[in-house]
Design a protein around this ligand. Structure first.
Ligand SMILES: C[S@@+](CC[C@H](N)C(=O)[O-])C[C@H]1O[C@@H](n2cnc3c(N)ncnc32)[C@H](O)[C@@H]1O
Length: 261
């Protein structure tokens, strides 16, 4: 290994996370609605600004909030010179921006980084306080796949998978992520162990960086509905994809459109 890396997850994030079909158009349409158009948009857990910057490029005034300084540093450098995007470092469970927005969004399953009911509620009520009356919150979650959860519950970390090969944008090294999952039924938690491997020209592994294990809370449909009501939201719509298809047996996503009364 000839190049040290600070955090390959951050350095490569924009290469390994792709948009969902219709995702940007979906958020953009909500950002054009009068409340959001007048007051701007808040993106919670924005990461490197995958969604934030695209909306800003389309003319939306947007604030991206994340607790990771590393992710925000990438977002900041990507948006240098843009004056309609602002970045805030804060915890999504407890923040005070002294501002109210017509639209808040939590894209990319980020809400699943919250693990307890108290914290979920704290996050949703905190966002509610930052919305104007009639404002909208969109939450994008996984639609849980029971066969898979059952498999990784019975066979924890047994199946190692590999992502596609990526070229590091700075070093030019070929990188590939290996990962495995396990599920804890009692806490509805999917545990994710991953590492980045550096490959040489013959695809031999010449370096390996283990990532911090991640824990994702598996939110189920009725759980989200109860949470939304406890936090004082009305459920305006629930979609199974960003093309506004109904949530069905084969849906892999849940997209909740919640309204502050
Ligand atoms: C999978 S990334 C998604 C980023 C972005 N929303 C997207 O769709 O590309 C999850 C993000 O959630 C952030 N995050 C996790 N827990 C958080 C918390 N308690 N408060 C704020 N941000 C958090 C992480 O730092 C990370 O940037």
């Amino acid at each position: 290994m000839n190049q040290p890396h600070q955090n390959l997850n951050v350095e490569l994030y924009d290469l390994y996370v792709a948009d969902w079909p219709g995702e940007m158009d979906f958020y953009h349409a909500f950002a054009q609605q009068p409340h959001a158009n007048q007051t701007g948009v808040l993106e919670v857990a924005c990461g490197t600004g995958r969604v934030t910057i695209r909306l800003a490029q389309a003319g939306v005034h947007i604030t991206g909030l994340d607790h990771s300084l590393e992710m925000l540093a990438v977002a900041q450098s990507k948006s240098a010179g843009m004056d309609n995007v602002h970045w805030v470092q804060a915890d999504m469970r407890d923040f005070d921006l002294d501002a109210r927005f017509g639209l808040a969004i939590i894209p990319g399953h980020s809400f699943q980084n919250i693990h307890t009911a108290d914290d979920q509620l704290a996050c949703l009520t905190c966002i509610q306080r930052h919305l104007v009356p009639g404002g909208t919150l969109i939450v994008h979650l996984d639609h849980q796949e029971l066969d898979w959860l059952c498999d990784i519950g019975k066979n924890p970390f047994q199946t190692v998978k590999y992502g596609s090969k990526l070229t590091h944008p700075v070093t030019g090294q070929i990188c590939r992520r290996s990962y495995a999952w396990a599920y804890e039924r009692a806490t509805q938690t999917a545990n994710f162990h991953s590492a980045w491997e550096i490959l040489d020209e013959n695809e031999v592994v010449v370096g390996r960086y283990d990532n911090e294990p991640l824990r994702f809370h598996c939110v189920f449909r009725q759980e989200m509905e109860h949470l939304a009501h406890r936090a004082g939201f009305e459920v305006e719509a629930l979609y199974g994809d960003f093309l506004r298809g109904a949530l069905g047996e084969d849906s892999t996503e849940m997209i909740w459109v919640l309204k502050r009364p």
